[in-house]
Write a protein that binds this ligand. Structure first.
Ligand code: HEM
Length: 173
């Protein structure tokens, strides 16, 4: 990766880090307002993360069908790398930081719905790590999985999202 791109990424991460530091510290004094704003930012981060979790396996479906070394395969590698590093990784980090802040602020850690939600979110995070490893496998032209395998895998985040949303909005227990 070029030095310019690396410097740009470092600058973006630095500004994002500053923003979250400002957001968390300054809002500690306005708890209720902070909670609603943080819940909105949490939901925005969730949407970005889930967009990547549902789209990346779909790219793998088509990538598994094309010739290794072809122009299409090289294009898919760039799409996968950018989706993972520019959208999914920062969105997952923001989802965890903002969600954990809300759980700490309202002491949700003792609630049944939150513990069940955390189990499903941990499974989602494991799926994210598996997709991360798979991006590297495709980048090295070492993917052995079929397009059908990736079609089935694509359903994992879908099922988890359904469970997570029901738990956090309905809070059944
Ligand atoms: C990564 C770890 C996560 C933690 C620690 C976390 C924690 C929380 C907490 C404490 C709330 C506030 C609940 C309330 O005030 O009613 C919340 C809200 C929410 N979370 Fe998460 N969450 C996480 C990940 C996710 C994921 C992966 C999704 C979806 C796929 C999600 C979807 C939502 C939604 C939609 C709300 C708003 C619920 C409402 O308005 O009542 N969260 N989250």
């Amino acid at each position: 990766m070029s030095n310019i791109l690396l410097a740009k990424r470092k600058k973006i991460l630095f500004v994002l880090g500053l923003f979250f530091l400002f957001l968390t510290t300054s809002f500690i004094f306005l708890e209720e307002v902070a909670y609603i704003w943080i819940k909105a930012l949490h939901t925005i981060a969730v949407i970005a993360w889930m967009a990547g979790m549902l789209y990346l396996p779909r790219i793998f479906v088509y990538h598994a069908e094309v010739q290794t070394g072809s122009d299409t395969s090289e294009t898919f590698k760039v799409m996968e790398h950018k989706l993972l590093h520019i959208i999914m990784n920062p969105a997952m980090a923001a989802t965890w930081v903002l969600g954990s802040w809300m759980a700490w602020q309202q002491d949700w850690y003792n609630s049944g719905w939150f513990i069940a939600k955390l189990v499903l979110v941990l499974l989602m995070t494991i799926a994210h790590c598996y997709l991360y490893i798979s991006v590297c496998t495709f980048a090295d032209d070492k993917n052995k999985k079929t397009n059908y395998y990736w079609r089935v895998f694509n359903e994992v985040p879908t099922v988890l999202v359904i469970g997570i949303i029901i738990l956090v909005i309905v809070k059944p227990f």
